[in-house]
Design a protein around this ligand. Structure first.
Ligand code: AMP
Length: 202
């Protein structure tokens, strides 16, 4: 199975950060397939938890619908559960976490070998979200979208400086075709010896 690709080497522990619509989920899935490691997506975990009909589920659904950040305890608790129950020996792709300095500095956030920043101008973000709004309620609400973009610029984007100063940042232009973006991420990770060699992506 493709999952053996990285067995025997160092683990590949990568996080993706980028504005809504930058393709974090798509790139996380592509990298996970190429590297044979699991994706831990906080958006997915939270949407699943929000579907449970209890007080927590209802509160979460409200926060997600408004495009607000969810409390660190909830997010990092779900991440730790997911990590414990997945086969993460060969590494993992974090999609959506860390999203704030407090999460980046929290010891419950799993360790990272590289942080991939998917960069996308705001105009492209808005256009992409408008196209996928049928699938997600937080993509259909204009206030929620603007909220998520503001939170991204204020709280998440500054993490680029933090990870650049640690020598972990890989920044890629996310306006290009999906496969081109995947290829440049793989090349950058190989250049930094985070992955052994760039496997063919075709
Ligand atoms: P995403 O699928 O990554 O766009 O996340 C969807 C929504 O889940 C976000 O707008 C937030 O409401 C919430 N969320 C996802 N990840 C986090 C996180 N690390 N910290 C706080 N809230 C999060």
């Amino acid at each position: 199975m493709s999952g053996d690709a990285n067995v025997g080497s160092n683990p590949v522990r990568v996080a993706l950060i980028g504005p809504p619509g930058a393709g974090k989920g798509t790139q996380a899935a592509a990298l996970a397939r190429l590297l044979g490691i699991p994706v831990i997506s906080t958006g997915e975990l939270l949407r699943r938890r929000a579907g449970v009909d209890d007080d927590t589920g209802r509160a979460l659904a409200g926060a997600l619908g408004r495009g607000e950040l969810v409390a660190d305890d909830m997010v990092l608790g779900l991440v730790q559960e997911a990590l414990a129950s997945s086969s993460a020996k060969a590494g993992y792709i974090l999609d959506g976490v860390p999203r704030t300095a407090s999460q980046a500095l929290d010891p419950r956030t799993p360790p990272l070998d590289a942080v991939v920043h998917l960069s996308l101008p705001d105009g492209v973000t808005r256009a992409r979200i408008a196209r996928r709004h049928a699938q997600r309620s937080d993509d259909a609400d204009r206030t929620a979208i603007e909220n998520r973009m503001r939170i991204y610029h204020e709280l998440t984007e500054p993490l680029c400086d933090l990870y650049r100063s640690r020598g972990l940042l890989v920044s890629v232009d996310a306006t290009r075709r999906v496969d081109e973006v995947t290829q440049s991420i793989m090349r950058a990770l190989a250049d930094r010896n985070v992955v052994p060699v760039a496997p063919p992506t075709a």
